[in-house]
Ligand binder design. Sequence first.
Ligand SMILES: Cc1cc2nc3c(=O)[nH]c(=O)nc-3n(C[C@H](O)[C@H](O)[C@H](O)COP(=O)(O)OP(=O)(O)OC[C@H]3O[C@@H](n4cnc5c(N)ncnc54)[C@H](O)[C@@H]3O)c2cc1C
Ligand code: SF4
Length: 487
Amino acid sequence: MGKVTGFMEFERVDETYEAPVKRLHHYKEFVAALTDEEAKVQGARCMDCGIPFCNSGCPVNNIIPDFNDLVFHNDWKNALDVLQSTNNFPEFTGRICPAPCEAACTLGINRAPVGIKSIEHAIIDKGWESGWVKPQPSKTKTGKKVAVVGGGPAGMAAAQQLARVGHDVTVFEKNDRIGGLLRYGIPDFKMEKWLIDRRVEQMEAEGVKFETGVFVGKEAIGAEVKNYSTKTVSPDQLMKDFDAVVITGGAEQPRDLPVPGRELAGVHYALEFLIPQNKENAGDFKNEIRATDKHVVVIGGGDTGSDCVGTSNRHGATKITQFELLPQPPEEENKPLVWPYWPTKLRTSSSHEEGCDRDWSVGTKRFEGKNGKVEKLIGVRLEWKDGKMAEVPNSEFEIKADLVLLAMGFVSPVQQVLNAFGVEKDARGNAKATVDGQNAYQTNVSKVFAAGDMRRGQSLVVWAIREGRQCAQAVDEYLMGSSVLPR
Ligand SMILES: Cc1cc2nc3c(=O)[nH]c(=O)nc-3n(C[C@H](O)[C@H](O)[C@H](O)COP(=O)(O)OP(=O)(O)OC[C@H]3O[C@@H](n4cnc5c(N)ncnc54)[C@H](O)[C@@H]3O)c2cc1C
Ligand code: SF4
């Protein structure tokens, strides 16, 4: 434990943000990591409470009290080793994880929780700056070949773990760059993409091969899912060429809003707006969907919606309104009732702070427009009773809308991809596989494993990393009879 009385002496200090007036002029990250001294003081706030709920609150089970203590004692190198023992990509989670660990922090019961995510961020950035993060190629080769389908965080974590124990791993990715939603989805201002390139380089040095622009499947997928592939490989071919196949294709099928006027120009899925923006920032081409000088309506109150708000503000939208079907959550959670679990409460992102009107319990009746272009949204107020939704009589209203972004989540993985492998699905259309026991992560198809959003449905980067790691351990055990990889 760092300092016995640290939690009583020191207040929580958060990372600072560049002011909105400045950051709205660019797409770069705007969060300043803690200085060494600040991180040390924050590490001293950890109480070493005995049962570290933070450790189980973190999906990759980061050993949080240990790295807090090591940072407090200025032992950054060992703190990095502890962090890397559970998390392949802390520079991703240290930036974009919603930090369920902090909701589970014991100090958080009656004071501000330890700023775990900011300490993680500081450790990994220092590790890279100091040249301590190095490729870890296997000294021996097993001669086994593994194909990973999908280069998002789940596929990357699985591939890295498998390569580090000597398997020949090839990642097949339909898009032109590796990273999944981290690359094409999450805006650059939340996480810059060179961070992924640096990991790809490290993984190549560990022996992982990346085949980008390659779609694995049989039939074409719908235009609503971005597919920048130039080549197709059949699942049968992979089954012939590889000893095991891991499918980590994400949950890319967006939820639609089939109301009158949906077909009007100017009504788009969120990723039709966000992906081209990532590509514009990468210098590929200009995002043709512009929010500049427009009245933008974002439908859906989650992360994706918030990213649409941040991007629209950077375009220079006139006004942005975000609607959510559910009622407004409470400002503060009922701690004794929900701790150490992730609470439902009002969350205001940095994008919201940059400017946006938010409204809850709102349903969309239809879109109206002229000459095939959307001009307004007709909405209705909703009331919720016993979990059931009903329209409030005579509450219809209209709002000007030149651009509507549908950010209502994702229903499932692309079904054609699962069908091409003949993989059985669960009730929600995800690849069916358990996470425990002898057949962990195995689908019904021999030697085909599934992990990440493709198995669990739309989730978080940290869960994708966990599943990729655990799945790698299961694949290794399947190929070798036993495994030294951690779960
Ligand atoms: C806009 C947005 C913002 C988000 N923000 C956050 C956030 O702030 N924090 C957070 O923790 N999570 C966030 N998430 C969720 C997070 O990004 C995902 O949970 C995570 O990326 C899932 O990882 P994955 O590897 O399972 O799948 P994905 O990241 O979806 O990667 C799957 C990859 O597989 C490829 N693929 C699919 N099918 C094939 C095929 N047949 N052949 C070849 N390649 C294929 C896809 O092109 C894709 O690159 C956000 C999601 C979105 C959409
Ligand atoms: S990965 Fe997420 S949950 Fe785990 S320690 Fe980091 S911020 Fe917390």
